[in-house]
Design a protein around this ligand. Structure first.
Ligand code: SAM
Ligand code: SF4
Length: 428
């Protein structure tokens, strides 16, 4: 979740949903519904990180580490009331994702209490996926047990690298030896595991990256996320690069590292299902993240959190104190919102779908309203053929079949390296 909020229309104080959204909600009962819960606390701010998170323990009334869970539960109640007032048919939560920040800086009992409130207010579907992010240092046997008992099903550990000098450049405070221990603790508690890695850190050699990948493979997590390091504006990392203290990111080096990740992960039985995400099978994919990429509905609770319901996006005020103050005054914590027009929907649909292994239904896309009179050529046979010829789209997937009458646009390995460029080409 980026920490800079987009422009948009102001959110009404009561957070009520516009008529168009209410009408659409009634027809979306078959769409999965997810909940994102933002925990805006970290022990240390990593130099590369732009997420909406704070190291202070107390950020104001209702926004200290102790009082924040109650504020968050207040938003969940507010969400249930808002949906009810809009006449939305009740939908149980198919996924819940606690992200941050570092959710596990709160006691596991508090995370369990927040989950229990969500369950009581919305219900969870049978087999719902419930994830929390965690730093390796914040996971103990007792806390893993509490999470599993409360209904959490997976934990995503921020490992980033197995190499001490790379971790130091990233300002990570955990000892690499804590990762196997934390991973084993999660396994013993019966939780699914995911490990986050970052590649392309200044000073990281290809050998360093290979070592990190092989360390991950020794642990055999259910899921691996491999992110290229992004230099976010305004971070300590960006200042270090600007001052010449650290080398800049090298796109070719990052491409080589993505290729190595794909090679080693694939050989070890992992398959990509989104450009940066690999899993051991369909049942170990992150269903919650797939919701984002597949344009389903989710409520994002917490400061700066983004939500999406029936073509409307909104985002909460960013600072935890302002967030708490609004909720405790009985107002919506929403800051701004926008109703996506047809052009924005097409653009978003195309960008998100192309990033996942299922790819983009060409028939479905061609049926969508196009991008305005002066804009792009729609996806045409000619353009698809060109991209296939250039090795950026899978030839077989692009063929029409009974299940996919106009074929699908699925990125090849080379295409995944150039996903943004392929998207731009498809937009004309
Ligand atoms: C918000 S963090 C939450 C997890 C936990 N706080 C941690 O860092 O271990 C989620 C993941 O985003 C990734 N991430 C954050 N900032 C990034 C950046 N600038 N470039 C690439 N990946 C980033 C990291 O891999 C991190 O594990
Ligand atoms: S621990 Fe995670 S959320 Fe916190 S600053 Fe580091 S990367 Fe960002």
């Amino acid at each position: 979740m980026p920490s800079v909020l987009p422009p948009g229309d102001p959110m009404p104080a009561d957070g009520s949903l516009p008529e168009a959204v209410r009408a659409d909600l009634a027809s979306r009962t078959d769409r999965p519904f997810g909940l994102y819960v933002h925990i805006p606390f970290c022990q240390v701010r990593c130099g590369y990180c732009d997420f909406n998170t704070y190291t202070a323990e107390d950020l104001g009334p209702g926004a200290s580490r102790q009082s924040y869970p109650d504020t968050l539960i207040r938003e969940l109640e507010f969400a249930a009331e808002t949906l009810q007032a809009a006449g939305a048919p009740q939908r149980q939560l198919d996924t819940v994702f606690f992200g941050g920040g570092t959710p596990t800086l709160l006691p596991a009992e508090e995370l369990a209490r927040i989950l229990a409130a969500a369950r009581e207010l919305f219900g969870l579907t049978p087999g719902a996926e419930v994830t929390t992010e965690a730093n390796p240092d914040t996971m103990t046997e007792a806390s893993a047990g509490v999470l599993a008992e409360a209904g959490f099903t997976r934990v995503s550990l921020g490992m980033q690298s197995a190499v001490p000098h790379v971790l130091a450049t990233l300002d990570r405070t955990h000892n690499p030896e804590n990762v196997p221990a934390a991973h084993q603790t999660l396994r013993s508690a019966g939780l699914q595991t995911s490990l986050d890695l970052i590649y392309g850190t200044p000073g990281e050699s290809l050998g360093d990256w290979e070592h990190s990948l092989r360390s991950v493979l020794q642990l055999r997590p259910d899921h691996v996320s491999a992110y290229s390091l992004i230099v976010e504006e305004g971070t300590a990392l960006s200042a270090q690069i600007r001052r010449g203290v650290l080398e800049d990111i090298d796109a070719d080096d990052q491409a080589d590292k993505y290729l190595l990740a794909d090679e080693l992960l694939t050989a070890a039985g992992y398959a990509w299902y989104e450009v940066s995400n690999f899993s051991t099978g369909e049942e170990t994919r992150s269903r919650h993240n797939l919701h984002y990429w597949q344009d389903t509905d989710w409520w994002g609770a917490g400061p700066g959190a983004h939500s999406h319901l029936a073509g409307m996006r909104w985002w909460n005020v960013k600072h935890p104190a302002a967030y708490a103050q609004r909720l405790h005054a009985g107002a919506s914590p929403g800051h701004g919102r926008e109703i996506l027009d047809d052009d924005a929907k097409v653009l978003e649909h195309l960008m998100l779908r192309l990033r996942i292994a299922e790819g983009l239904e060409i028939a479905e896309y061609n049926a969508l309203p196009q991008l305005g009179p002066s804009a792009a050529e729609p996806i045409s046979d000619r353009l698809i053929a060109e991209l296939v010829k250039e090795g950026l789209l899978e030839e077989e997937a692009a063929q029409p079949s009974a299940a996919h009458p106009a074929g699908r646009a699925v990125l090849t390995l080379q295409g995944r390296l150039l996903a943004d460029a392929v998207t731009r080409r498809l937009l004309g």
